[in-house]
Design a protein around this ligand. Structure first.
Ligand SMILES: [Zn+2]
Length: 497
């Protein structure tokens, strides 16, 4: 632990141990501060929700606001009573134009599981503190089987008050299910990927936020000190700690008594370790950002940052958001992405949707449409970019289809063609070797069927030279041992290459 982290830890402990707090909470603009100052405030455990070039926005009660004012920060109240604001938002909803609540999510998921039973199945991956099901919808052909296909996890509502984060994963599910029959691109994704949707990671918090009209962020754990709630996005077990999170049950960024103390984060951990995902998105609001790990500290080494940055930039082109390293926004320990990547080697992203926590329901299509497209891109690239990461799931490459394998070779060559770090280069070369062997095997199988289609495609892909040489070796070996396995013409072409 460095000095700065130690200082932040003490600061957070002192702040919350001594303060007394009172409702209501306000959305407050902290004016004329640098990003560094904003990050420092966040690292103390204040609920900073948005950081811009020269100001930040935070959710504060009166005591917290007074503490910041006394340190000389200039505060401006944007929304005085967030509870009233949520109540107002609810009153703008109507039947045709409204946010999903937990009950509706349950009903709709169950309906889809019935209606599209050949390409999806519904599973409860655990129960919340208050015994509500945490639902996961798996979308894939042969949904009952684990087919060792590239797998993707999309999650909403780690944080209760961030209602749009439920809309996007539900919209992705709907797009995949309802377009499968007619749309060849969607069919390809569903057939060759395993896509898991957990729209409400935090059912109790969402119900509380919607029904009690509280501006609630955490789950509904009854803490030992009589307070309620653990911040689920600070409760994951990779670099769980006290930077950007708090050890006080009162705080909105309370990290819980230990890593994975909460059934909700534990359910996600178990699912991740069972399914071995290649990529994931956790949806939050707000700021229109695409964040990638690590988040626990500035300049934490991410050996796969080239892939993260490439993929983040591509998705940002689709939805117009800004790609950014998570700790650059502000360091926070114990979040989902750090666990998913640090522990499970998943290409994990956090999307901060929208420009406010809960935009009017009439705006739902304006943020779901571009974000569905961004998610489809991630689902696609789970079968190519993710293959560059060693140790993720060795069985995956053995089962990769020809198209994905060829695209993987091409994508990896684009990303790592000029890689100078010898350790990374060696790791990537090992992966390229495995993928090339897979490509060669599929091509040889094709040639044995007297088809040269794959062989020609392999030869026309510049970055597939290793696979070509594997095919060549194999053909000449077979010809030496079993003459006549392949057409003489083909053997002559191979010999002359
Ligand atoms: Zn959030």
């Amino acid at each position: 632990m460095n000095m700065r982290m130690a200082a932040a830890l003490c600061g957070a402990a002192l702040l919350f141990a001594t303060a007394s707090h009172s409702a209501p909470k306000s959305l407050v603009k902290i004016q004329k501060i640098s990003k560094v100052q904003a990050a420092k405030i966040a690292s103390l455990g204040y609920d900073v929700v948005s950081i811009k070039d020269n100001y930040a926005e935070a959710v504060l009660d009166k005591t917290e606001a007074a503490a910041l004012s006394s340190k000389g920060y200039s505060l401006k109240t944007l929304i005085a009573d967030l509870d009233k604001y949520v109540a107002q938002m609810k009153s703008t909803q109507n039947k045709t134009d409204s946010y999903y609540n937990y009950a509706k999510v349950e009903t709709v998921l169950a309906d889809w599981a019935k209606k599209y039973s050949t390409i999806c199945r519904l599973e409860s991956i655990g129960k919340s503190c208050e015994n509500k099901n945490i639902w996961a919808l798996k979308i894939s052909d042969e949904p009952q089987k684990n087919e060792q296909e590239p797998a993707v996890l999309l999650m909403g509502a780690h944080h209760a008050r961030e209602w749009p984060s439920i809309e996007v994963p539900m919209a992705v599910a709907e797009k995949l299910l309802s377009n499968y029959a007619e749309n060849a691109d969607i069919k390809r994704l569903v057939d060759t990927r395993e896509i898991w949707i957990v729209p409400v990671v935090n059912p109790d918090g969402v119900i509380y936020s919607m029904e009690k009209s509280k501006f609630w962020r955490k789950n509904r754990r009854k803490n030992a000190d009589g307070t309620y709630g653990v911040d689920l996005n600070r409760n994951y077990g990779y670099q769980w700690g006290n930077v950007g999170s708090s050890n006080s049950g009162y705080s909105d960024t309370y990290h819980g008594p230990s890593a994975f103390s909460e059934p909700e984060s534990l359910a996600i951990k178990k699912l991740a370790q069972r399914e071995k995902f290649q990529s994931s998105i956790s949806y939050h609001t707000y700021s229109e950002l695409i964040l990638y790990p690590f988040g626990y500290a500035h300049n934490a080494n991410n050996p796969d940052s080239k892939i993260f940055i490439k993929l983040a930039e591509e998705m940002a082109k689709i939805n117009g958001y800004r790609p950014q390293n998570s700790a650059e926004l502000y360091p926070a320990m114990g979040d989902l992405d750090d666990f998913m990547y640090g522990n499970e080697k998943v290409l994990s992203f956090t999307f901060e949707l929208c420009k406010s926590f809960i935009p009017p329901a009439s705006q739902i299509p304006s943020f779901t449409l571009p974000n569905v497209e961004a998610a489809l891109h991630l689902i696609d690239k789970a079968g190519t970019y993710a293959m560059a990461i060693p140790g993720n799931n060795p069985r995956l490459i053995e089962n990769l289809g020809f198209e994905d394998a060829l695209n993987a070779i091409s994508d990896i060559s684009t990303i790592f063609g000029d890689e100078r770090n010898i350790v990374i280069r060696n790791e990537v070369l090992k992966q390229v070797d495995l993928i090339s062997k897979r490509l060669a095997q599929l091509t040889v199988d094709d040639l044995k069927q007297q088809s040269t289609e794959k062989w020609q495609r392999l030869n026309s892909e510049q970055s597939a030279t290793l696979a070509v040489s594997y095919v060549r070796t194999r053909l000449l070996f077979d010809e030496g041992h079993n003459p006549g396995t392949y057409a003489t013409e083909l053997i002559n072409t191979v010999k002359n290459k």
